[in-house]
Write a protein that binds this ligand. Sequence first.
Ligand code: SF4
Ligand code: SF4
Length: 350
Amino acid sequence: MMVYETCSRKFTKLLRTLGLGDVVISKNGVYPVQLPPKVQLSEDIKVKDGINHNLKKYLSRVTFHIENSCDYTCRHCSNAYRQFISCTKNIESTIDNLQMTDLLEELRGTSLYSINLVGGDVFRNGDFVDIVKAIRIEHKHSTINIYTDNQNIRKSISAIDKISQYKPTFRILVGEDYDSVLLKRNIGHLASVGINYEIQFIVMSVAGMKRAKNEIVDKKYSYYRTTPYCEHNNLSFIRKYLFTKSKDVLESYHDCDMINANQEINRYYFGHVHIIKDKFYSRIGDTQIGTMSMGGLADAIKKELLRRNSNWMNTRKKVEPCASCVYRYLCSPICDYNAYLKRNDMCTDR
Ligand code: SF4
Ligand code: SF4
């Protein structure tokens, strides 16, 4: 009885802290209650037809796929872009400065938090410098992320020097068989021209993870992340580094806004649009949600807000087995890994 009471007190305290529930004390006893969700779906989303509000206000991130060619043949090229933002030669994607002018016109008035440029080798786009300049003129305060493989930096130093004045951030993708000396040299150059960077180690094995971690310590890199990459034969590695335990879900940081948001939207996808040529996508690998010529961006956003099973609105409460799981509002949102692995849960102890 004592144990039960201690556990139930702890549980109630947790629910209170997380803003999920409470107890009511009445003359007939003590009853648990679930707190009503604070999030109310915006009227914009509820309206089925004739939306004429500024739906572009929901846009916070745009990823332009500006180039599909590249000199290299990385092992992860054909699949990594379906798991996280990465360069690839598999997307038919060349945007020139003229097209970019139209796209930026379409994006005018939005307050984008970040704008991503992805290739292939982005530097092979003949209008690369003009594209970065045009984006910076239109979006003075947005972060411009340039995704490039470590190998493609060295031969593009002159373009990099020219765009340094537009204050981009480099996301340097590093496969498992990377050249450590080249990486150090590339970072030295970026730092010398005042460009911020983050190294993204793409790892597919325990040995690869070990090498990346040693490299980070040895070279004293301050800005980095390790990103597990799923192959058909590395499931045990993926389970170790990507899957979670329910205990860890509880222990990770949650604030009430996050919990409330998790009830209504998918925080991973919401507000993000990929642009490939003149087509809009809310997730790479999913069907397009619109095109420039057929209704433009506002129509695409409307479609994404209203369509069944849209990525922006795909919460864990809508999918099995998460719908019936007590952690569904605490767990990180469904993401590209879930789509790639074709499973909604990535927890190991259920
Ligand atoms: S550098 Fe990027 S685009 Fe080029 S082959 Fe490697 S993964 Fe593919
Ligand atoms: S079943 Fe879904 S919500 Fe529950 S812990 Fe696993 S991934 Fe998270």
